[in-house]
Structure formats: structure tokens, C-alpha cells
Design a protein around this ligand. Structure first.
Ligand code: URA
Length: 257
């Protein structure tokens, strides 16, 4: 028999909202336990035997693991706790224990971050040698030449024993078209240097500050970094900075294949 848990915890763990959100559902009489409207968030329910209904919909028992996709904003750290900074966990709409970010994005990096309590899956995604492809949208200062793209693709020296593994780099924008000369008269966006390049860089490893170190190694320092995909997961266009949603069943399946 599953252990009895508080009703608000049960609902929050089932992904129905944060603890305070589900408490409001209970206060508003939207939750029934075994056909009776529940009045107290602390009511104990047995997930195996009690039937919990929220707004007419039966709520299943908490899944074994949960998976969230966060569009990480800059300014928070990829950790579960931190003394000085906000953490990515503040954006996760769950108080389930044991959740953690899979891998790290730097404090100033934005984009796709998987949050889960599935340690095995995290291990599969992060273990050396099993690292999945990660694609970053990178804006660098200066002009990235064809020669430097080739260097990035072959592997560059970032001060470790070995060069980086082969990567894929594709220029997608910049202060001029393609890799040609800067266009005279082109309007610059605010806060951008006169000459910059935007690229999609796909890497297979996860070394500390890897993208920044790779771009510095070819003389074009990173001024903006955002992860747009990790393995089969892609950052959805409609997931705004700071928004976090549960993975769909298809996304979970694709990660486990
Ligand atoms: N590479 C970096 O340099 N920073 C990140 O946050 C991710 C990859």
C-alpha cells in the first residue's frame, strides 16, 4: 500500500500546481476525495485507494518520476540551492522533493534546461561518452571566419588534455550577411558591438564553460548564449523566458529511447 500523503502534496506532486495553488483549489471546493468535497489541505489520502477528483477530473497517483522543461532566464544558477543567487528551481511549478537540473547552464546563459528527479535518466544524458548533442544559439563579438568555423568543427584547444570533440557550427546571422564584409549603413540593434556573428553550435560534450572557451579559442568571445536543444528536446518557441512546463508523454519517451 502506498504511504498516505497530504492532499495538497498529492495534488502538487501530480503536477496540478504549486502547493499554494492547489490549496486554493481545495479552498474553492474544487477537490473531492471519494466523492466528498475536501476542505483541508492536510487531509491524508492513500494514493492506492482514495479517489481524488479535481474540477471533475480524476487525478492519478503521483508518477514515479517527473520531468520539466524550463526556458532558463539569465541571472539564476543551475543548482537546487544557493546562498547568493536565485536558482532555476524557483521557476519549477512543483514542490516535489528530489528535483534537480540535468547538467548546468551558466548564470548568464538562457534556454533549455531539463529538470527531473529521474537520476538514471540524468546519468544516461550526462555520463561521459554518452553525452547527447546540445545545440546553442551563440552571439559572438567579431567576425567568425570560415577557417575558424572549420577549427570549431574539427576540435579546438581549450586548455585541456585533449582538443574538443568535433562540433557542428553554422552561421545564422550577424552584423553582415553570411561571412561577407560588413554592410555599410546597416542599422545596428542596441547594445550590440559593431561587428558580431550569430551561429548555431552543436557540441557533444559538457565541459565547464565549453562554448565560451571554444569561441574564445578562435578569438571571438561570446556575448550571448542560449541552449536551443538537447538530444531530442527542442526549446519551444512559445515557452517564454522563466516559463517551465511538464514534458509531454512523447518527449519523455523520446528521451528514453
Ligand atoms: N557552454 C558554456 O560556456 N556555458 C553554458 O552555459 C553552456 C555551455
Amino acid at each position: 500500500m502506498a504511504k498516505a500523503v497530504r492532499l495538497d502534496k498529492f495534488l502538487a506532486d501530480a503536477g496540478k500546481g504549486t502547493r499554494s495553488e492547489v490549496k486554493k483549489f481545495i479552498q474553492k471546493g474544487q477537490v473531492q476525495v471519494n466523492g466528498v468535497p475536501a476542505k483541508k489541505p492536510e487531509l491524508k489520502v492513500d494514493p492506492d485507494n482514495d479517489m481524488v477528483v479535481l474540477s471533475g477530473e480524476t487525478v492519478g497517483a503521483a508518477p514515479e518520476f517527473v520531468y520539466y522543461l524550463l526556458n532558463k532566464p539569465a541571472g539564476c544558477v543551475s543548482a537546487t540551492e544557493d546562498r547568493n543567487d536565485r536558482t532555476v528551481m524557483e521557476y519549477v511549478p512543483s514542490e516535489r522533493k528530489g528535483l534537480f537540473p540535468v547538467g548546468r547552464l551558466d548564470k548568464d546563459t538562457e534556454g533549455l534546461l531539463l529538470i527531473t528527479d529521474d537520476g538514471m535518466l540524468a546519468h544516461e544524458l550526462l555520463a561521459p561518452g554518452k553525452h547527447v548533442d546540445k545545440t546553442y544559439f551563440v552571439r559572438v563579438e567579431g567576425r567568425l571566419t570560415v577557417e575558424n568555423i572549420e577549427k570549431l568543427e574539427k576540435g579546438v584547444d581549450i586548455g585541456e588534455d585533449k582538443r574538443t570533440m568535433p562540433a557542428k557550427a553554422e552561421i545564422v546571422g550577424g552584423s553582415w550577411e553570411g561571412v561577407g564584409e560588413p554592410q555599410p549603413g546597416r542599422v545596428r540593434r542596441e547594445n550590440l558591438p559593431e561587428v558580431y556573428t550569430e551561429l548555431l553550435l552543436t557540441i557533444h560534450e559538457g565541459k565547464f564553460h565549453q562554448v565560451k572557451r571554444m569561441m574564445a579559442a578562435v578569438g571571438t568571445p561570446v556575448i550571448y548564449l542560449k541552449r536551443v536543444s538537447m538530444g531530442p528536446l527542442t526549446l519551444p518557441d512559445d515557452l517564454k523566458k522563466g516559463e517551465c512546463r511538464p514534458l509531454t508523454a512523447e518527449e519523455i519517451m523520446s528521451l528514453k529511447q
